[in-house]
Design a protein around this ligand. Structure first.
Ligand code: NI
Length: 171
């Protein structure tokens, strides 16, 4: 099923998500499948559980937009263990539709996480994949990309969103 994605203003997006404790269950596998389905339906390259109003430390990433099954990445209880270099590039978020801004991120990221079965693994990515990993792990800590912008830019976007909320065009 395709979940509804919650937007900026929903408190779940600014909470620290809790760890997944039960691995290898049909419920967890179904949730991961539904996360991918939801992400592809919205043409995203990453989706974190809080964005579908589930405050748990789980994210899915696919920088191939569904074209390469090998690019599907499930990160459960992820931790960034290494960041190297830097990159500046445009970033957006399915929970802040219509707004894209340049965000500085590390060029290369190494993440330690568990898979659906609970098996721990490490993976390293660079460029867009590294950006997605950093963006999604941020979500699990209640951090949105707006927090990486200048206060001026962030306030401008928040003001625009408040107008959309008042007009009933943001829910
Ligand atoms: Ni996002």
């Amino acid at each position: 099923m395709v979940y509804k994605i919650v937007k900026l203003g929903h408190p779940v997006l600014e909470q620290v998500a809790g760890p997944v404790e039960n691995f290898g269950t049909p419920e967890l596998q179904q949730f991961v499948d539904d996360m991918f389905e939801t992400m592809y339906a919205h043409k995203g390259v990453g989706l974190a559980a809080p964005q579908v109003n589930s405050a748990r430390r789980l994210t899915v990433i696919d920088t191939s937009n569904g074209e390469d099954p090998a690019a599907r990445l499930v990160l459960i209880n992820p931790e960034i263990v290494k960041l190297e270099g830097s990159q500046l590039g445009e970033e957006g978020c399915l929970s802040i539709p219509g707004f894209r801004e340049d965000v500085k991120r590390a060029m290369k990221a190494t993440v330690r996480a568990r898979d659906v079965q609970g098996v721990e693994f490490e993976t390293t990515g660079d460029e867009l994949l590294a950006r997605a990993m950093q963006h999604e792990v941020d979500h699990l800590n209640g951090i949105l990309f707006l927090q990486h912008l200048s206060a001026l830019k962030r306030d401008l976007i928040r003001r625009k969103i408040r107008k959309l909320q008042k007009a009933g065009e943001w829910d």
